[in-house]
Design a protein around this ligand. Structure first.
Ligand SMILES: [Zn+2]
Length: 64
């Protein structure tokens, strides 16, 4: 389940390519990497820290 391969759709020609592909295999245009994909590159600790940071910010806003 955690190993399912995600795909992204080329904005230029609509071809589905594996996530992480930088150049479309069909039209050869560069494929912009989405933010959610770069998140997957983070390890669990980094994601935890990011969530913790966001929570702290939220708590800080509510406290004030
Ligand atoms: Zn394409």
């Amino acid at each position: 389940m955690s190993d399912n391969i995600s795909t992204i759709v080329c904005a230029h020609c609509g071809t589905e390519v594996p996530a992480g592909t930088t150049v479309c295999t069909t039209c050869g245009k560069p494929i912009p990497q989405k933010k959610w994909y770069s998140l997957k590159g983070l390890n669990a600790a980094e994601i935890f820290l990011a969530v913790l940071g966001a929570l702290m910010l939220l708590v800080g806003l509510v406290a004030v």
